[in-house]
Design a protein around this ligand. Sequence first.
Ligand code: HEC
Ligand code: HEC
Length: 272
Amino acid sequence: MRTVWTAQGPRVLTASALAAALVWAALAWAPVSAQEPAAGPAAPASARPPVPSAAPAAQAAVPRMPRPNMQAMNEALGVTCAYCHVPHARFKDELDFKSEANPKKRVARMMVAMTADINAAIPAAVLKASAEATTVTCLTCHRGVADPRPLPEILTHAIEDEGLDDALARYRALRARYFGKDAYDFSQATLLAVAQKMVERDPEGALSLMRVNLEFYPASADSYVMMAVAETRRLDDRAAIVHLEKALAIDPRHSLALGYLEQLKQFTKRRP
Ligand code: HEC
Ligand code: HEC
């Protein structure tokens, strides 16, 4: 008996099932091109795609190895079947499950192999028997979302690729959909981290990010301090002082705001 990874989670295998699974593992994840043409001819009407829950008996002629659990993948990535499977050319409203036309399907296949590799390495890494070691599944990394990168990283790239307005629209859309789930970090720290990275080279952008942060967290003293930093980069010390005073109105002992305000006041006094 051995526990192995499936898209759904750990599975205990008997010796014979284990042998079958090993054969499957060797065959099932060969490169796609070796198995099927990328855009093969449409299947004849008699060879309609099997429904995922098709009884094993229907496939008895060719020993069929278990395929990754599709429903579990849907849930782990927060998607529907159409995320990886293209519409069927002939049967309207149906998906062509055999087609390899959607590159997401190829990614998913490699993710299955990658996840199996990770699980093979875990027991040795944590010095546990394989039955006791934690099993990584799609959900471990994906947390119900297709793009598992941390939110600050997603936003920083979105700002570079799409511009600030679209990136902020993305933030709002993600927040509306995922807030309260274990998907992305929507705490005030996220937009602060993104603003911190860009405040030197794009103080206006950092100011826009902080306005959105204050919309969701009106008592974010840190956001006002970041706005003060941005204003000094724009050489507007007076505006910076106003922001620091707002930060201190919220948190009178905010040490960064206190120190910064002191500095700015000295500096403006010394100026002619
Ligand atoms: C994250 C991507 C992804 C999602 C979402 C997904 N699938 Fe799949 N599906 C795959 C991959 C990859 C394969 C090929 C697995 C293999 O090579 O054994 C596959 C294969 C299949 C097959 C077998 C096709 C064949 O070659 O005979 C069926 C049927 C299927 N999926 C149904 C579904 C259904 C139904 C859903 C929604 C509940 C779904 N899939 C969701 C990636 C996905
Ligand atoms: C160890 C962490 C990890 C595990 C486990 C994992 N993934 Fe991923 N997956 C990622 C990362 C990271 C990306 C994004 C990579 C990038 O775009 O740079 C990704 C991207 C993807 C994408 C492409 C998303 C897109 O919209 O382009 C698919 C599809 C996917 N994973 C499916 C799966 C499936 C199915 C499983 C389970 C069999 C799985 N992943 C398990 C980390 C993981």
